[in-house]
Write a new protein. Structure first.
Lengths: 414, 608
């Protein structure tokens, strides 16, 4: 993939456009040729006002990706256009927007969903209305397994995959007595369930001595930390994130909860959650995340430079998710002869695309519509007054998914 | 072991101290002005953000740090004064709870303002100078700052107590809390008193917010996270009672701290269970007193409602006719919005039924909407019931819940009753949210789609028109029927109504259940038009949406909720699509409407 500013490329891409136009006209790609200059419309529904910390960088990168693709001549000459809709964190509003985008705005497909329940609501809506839905972030396993359906695909590596990546590391630790802390909703409960199940399978002699399930966004950090310390575990599995994580870490540091204890933590290496902690970021936690400033490969460098040039800050993980979603959609659109939903669904199944992590091809598995996009696993450290990741490696999502046959068996709807 | 218990108790005290600071401001404001101030959480959030800004920009050191905390509190106090002077002062004469609408507008505006000023990221402020560390208690560590926070909580309590016992201002505040009219009659300058109280209450919220900076991250969800708990503390303690707030904060702080040791899964619902239990046993809170004298009826006796004039009937008939024809011509999405408006109309009409003619406020009406939706969806999910049967079950499920919850709620009055409805709604919500095996948790119940004949949008729109407007019409008939007359009679005077043989309690109870059943029907319909059911169907924000519709339209007229539902749903839908700043715009519109139409939208027409 290429990333470059539009301004100095003007001469070149106008030429590309002309050539593509000629090509399209000559090779008879009927539907697309017919609506030659009409943009291909994508309906993007997300909780922009309810989850701004993740979704402002997300939307920035989305705009950047679409602009870049359009500057390169769009999809076979047709530009991409995005219609953004804010669901305010409510599934019912998301479903209404989906109806409006399809009926009034005539979008070719729906994308988005940060929250799991909104992902599921939109997936079910897509199935009912036979429209393509590409979920970008929503982590719940149900989206592609127990409630998976023909019309729903998901980019981000799921709760199961992230838990599997961390279990691999956790099993190497000598710790036998574990405590868990997780926000009390589906994501937290699933993460804990998978972690326990997989860790017990890998090390049958581990025991779980304490569980805390604070309400999402309402952690009583002091009491939670104290309750965990009272059980005197050797290691802790943490699933809290955002404000809960910040408060948990601050109280935990002051009360010495993390001293001489291993901590394994979901998502904590993501800049969204690590940055607000500043120099109080915990050290030595084993986390999944995104060491944005350290990754060094041409694809990621180009992405990072373009993002920084436009928005004057480093991209966050939300930016990667948005950019990759656009790239995957674009790759799919390049393969289809028309914007007919069934054709797009067939193109999505087994679709290969190159994400901005620059770690090679990812694939939307045909069996369960889950992409094999990976994540980075490493340790947290504090450098120059800021939290970041060290000793990280890229974990390819492919290695942390059940086999396609096993996944197919988990999808009642096929 | 002993150390752990001691530290857990101290952790509870630290939470109690910060809860008390927020609740103290809220209870003082309510006691004097009778305003249910939803914006109190926003003041708390503003205090935290200002505290963060001052703490990060001022030089390090004891004086700048604590000076910054005090400065943040004073600034927030002044913001409170501005809100009181420009907004609330103009609408004290408006009907009960109308001011709530205005404060809700403030909440929306502050949310977008904070996002605009401080950005979307969570902010972590510096720790208090010299208080980074911890002290050892037996073998456990306890943060030094939390210890200081407990001290500050006690100090503020003592200072407030002195203020209320020893100064003229304090005596006036207590007098106004006991009997506002009498204080006015004695020639006390009420305007000055109200402004002063607002400054004090807002500054306390700001102080509580600024004091959280060294403990917690500052974020945009703080306002709504604290407001429900602050209300619980105020109500459990007794509205307007400062010692009550302190006692309730202590109780809830310890409940939280030890609750998570015993029931780590139900922290969400624990506070509401406590509130429900306290209100059932002590209807006016732990240290609250039944309001004396005139204050007992917060209601202004309302003018009797008249049936529609012939012209009104004509307008209504024409509007209904046009609505019935609309599905023939409108596009699919317009019909989706129309269906949603119909559901909103029925929902608002049911809330109005208990608020207007019934004279009981409800902060938890979404419970019945949600229980209806879940009742229908659960039948579909577990028994594969057809839509027709499930829709029939929705009002029954909600009606039974209404009978059960209502039995407790109708025994209380005013804001206490409203808070008890909220407690039940939160209990229902947490059940839906956390009983994953049965309700699907926050991932909800999917696949609640109508059968093939009801899939076309015109059919759905007609169905919604017939059922929702039919339901609203039935409720209207009931208001004019003898039952409705009895309902209105007990609202205007319980004593006189009892004297002529009306069983006021039972009248209120049945009205509550009827409203719940119709709200359940609205919820069931909503489930089938959306295809899925989620706990958000019964969360606080849906309850407040209902309140906004009723208050916007006007409580006193029967047409009010219908107009309010159309205006609010339409506005919300348009704004959500038009602008990212929809909260600020919606908030500003609500504030403007409150200022210019203090009797609601429908009141505008009725007045002339």
């Amino acid at each position: 993939m290429q990333l470059h500013g539009a301004s100095n490329q003007e001469g070149r891409f106008s030429m590309i456009v002309t050539r593509r136009t000629a090509l399209a006209a000559g090779l008879a790609v009927p539907a697309i040729a017919q609506a030659q200059n009409d943009p291909i419309r994508i309906g993007e529904i997300n909780s922009y006002t309810a989850q701004p910390a993740f979704l402002v960088p997300y939307r920035n990168a989305w705009t950047l990706a679409v602009d870049t693709i359009n500057a390169q001549g769009g999809i076979n000459g047709r530009p991409l256009a995005t219609i953004f809709r804010d669901d305010a964190g409510k599934p019912e509003d998301a479903v209404r927007h989906a109806g409006e985008l399809i009926n009034n705005e005539r979008v070719a497909l729906i994308s988005g969903a940060f929250l799991s329940n909104i992902g599921l609501a939109l997936g079910d809506f897509a199935n009912q209305n036979k429209k393509l839905f590409v979920a970008s972030e929503a982590l719940t396993d149900a989206l592609v397994w127990s409630r998976g359906n023909r019309y729903t695909f998901r980019l981000r590596c799921s709760t199961y995959m992230q838990a599997a990546m961390l279990v691999e590391e956790a099993a190497k630790l000598p710790a036998k007595r574990w405590a868990v802390v997780a926000p009390n909703y589906e994501y937290g409960q699933s993460a804990v369930r998978w972690f326990k199940e997989m860790l017990t399978r890998a090390k049958p002699d581990v025991q779980f001595v304490a569980e805390q399930f604070p309400a999402l966004g309402r952690i009583d950090a002091g009491a939670t930390v104290q309750a965990l310390a009272a059980a005197n575990p050797e290691a802790i599995f943490n699933v809290t994130f955002g404000a809960d994580l910040t408060n948990f870490v601050r109280q935990g540091n002051t009360r010495g909860l993390f001293e001489r204890r291993a901590v394994v933590s979901m998502l904590t290496g993501e800049p969204e959650y690590l940055e607000p902690l500043g120099d109080e970021a915990p050290e030595g936690w084993i986390v999944t995340g995104y060491p944005v400033e350290q990754i060094n490969n041409p694809t990621h460098n180009a992405f990072r430079d373009a993002y920084r040039a436009k928005y004057r800050e480093l991209p966050k993980l939300g930016s990667v998710v948005a950019y990759d979603t656009v790239l995957a959609i674009a790759a799919m659109l390049r393969k289809v002869p028309s914007l007919e939903t069934e054709a797009m669904v067939e193109a999505m199944r087994g679709l290969k695309f190159n994400g901005v992590f620059g770690q090679g091809e990812s694939e939307f598995r045909a069996a369960d519509h889950q992409s094999t996009m990976g994540a980075y696993v490493g340790r947290t450290v504090v450098r120059g007054g800021k939290g970041t990741m060290a000793d990280w490696r890229f974990a390819d999502g492919r290695a942390y998914l059940p086999s396609e046959d096993a996944a197919r068996a988990m999808r009642p709807a096929g | 072991m002993l150390g752990n218990l001691a530290v857990q108790a101290l952790s509870g005290l630290a939470s109690a101290a910060s809860l008390f600071l927020v609740a103290a401001g809220l209870t003082v404001i309510f006691g004097v002005t009778r305003i249910v101030n939803f914006a109190h959480g926003s003041f708390y959030m503003l205090g935290a953000y200002l505290g963060w800004t001052l703490a990060t920009n001022l030089p390090r050191g004891h004086v700048p740090f604590w000076g910054g905390v005090v400065l943040a509190a004073v600034i927030v106090g002044l913001v409170g004064v501005v809100v009181e002077l420009l907004l609330l002062r103009r609408i004290y004469k408006a009907p009960e709870l109308f001011q709530l609408l205005a404060t809700f507008g403030v909440v929306l505006v502050v949310q977008d303002a904070a996002l605009w000023i401080w950005g979307p990221q969570d902010l972590l402020g510096p720790r208090a100078p010299g208080l980074r560390g911890a002290v050892y208690i037996f073998d456990s560590r306890f943060p030094l700052y939390d210890l200081v926070l407990i001290g500050i909580g006690i100090a503020v309590f003592l200072l407030l107590w002195l203020l209320f016992q020893r100064t003229r201002f304090g005596i006036l505040v207590r007098a106004a809390t006991a009997d506002r009219e009498m204080v006015g009659a004695l020639g006390v300058n009420q305007r000055l008193l109200f402004t002063g109280v607002f400054f004090l209450g807002s500054a306390l919220a700001g102080l509580a917010g600024a004091l959280q900076v060294p403990r917690e991250s500052v974020n945009l969800q703080m306002d709504l996270a604290i407001i429900a708990e602050a209300f619980v503390v105020v109500v459990v303690g007794g509205l307007g009672s400062l010692p009550g707030a302190a006692l309730a904060a202590l109780l809830l702080g310890q409940m939280q701290a030890f609750g998570i040791l015993v029931f780590p899964q139900i922290t969400l619902v624990l506070v509401f269970l406590v509130m429900a239990a306290v209100l059932v046993v002590r209807p006016y809170g732990l240290l609250g007193r039944a309001p004396a004298g005139h204050a007992a009826s917060l209601h202004i006796v309302e003018p009797p409602i008249a049936p529609l004039s012939p012209r009104g009937r004509l307008v209504a008939a024409v509007a209904l006719g046009l609505a019935m024809l609309a599905p023939l011509v409108l596009a699919d999405y317009a019909l989706v919005v129309m269906t949603e408006i119909c559901v909103a109309i029925l929902f608002a009409a049911t809330l109005h039924f208990i608020m207007g003619p019934g004279g009981m406020a409800s902060f938890g009406h979404a419970a019945y909407f949600g229980i209806g939706a879940y009742g229908a969806a659960l039948l579909v999910k577990h028994l594969a019931a057809p839509m027709e049967l499930s829709l029939l079950a929705a009002p029954f499920a909600a009606g039974i819940a209404g009978l059960a919850f209502g039995w407790f709620c109708v025994r209380l009055s005013g804001v206490y009753a409203a808070m008890l409805t909220m407690a039940f709604a939160q209990i229902a919500w947490s059940t839906a949210f956390q009983w994953v095996a049965f309700t699907g948790g926050d991932n909800g119940i999917l696949g609640v789609w109508p059968p093939a004949w009801a899939v076309p949008k015109p059919v759905q729109a007609w169905g919604a028109l017939v059922l929702c407007l039919g339901g609203a019409f039935l409720l209207r008939r009931m208001i004019f029927a003898p039952f409705g007359a009895a309902l209105r009679a007990q609202r205007d005077s319980v004593l006189r109504a009892e004297a002529i043989g009306i069983d006021t309690m039972r009248t209120r109870w049945f009205a509550f259940a009827i409203a719940a059943a119709f709200a359940g029907l609205a919820g069931g319909l909503f489930a089938f038009t959306k295809g899925s059911v989620f706990p958000t169907y019964m969360n606080i924000s849906r309850s407040t949406d209902g309140l906004l519709m009723v208050l916007l339209g006007g409580v006193q007229t029967v047409t009010g909720p219908i107009i309010g539902a159309i205006a609010y749903t339409g506005l919300h839908e348009q704004l959500l699509r038009l602008t990212d700043l929809w909260r600020a715009v919606l908030g500003a519109i609500i504030i403007a409407l409150v200022l210019f139409f203090p009797r609601g939208l429908a009141g505008l027409g009725a007045k002339q």
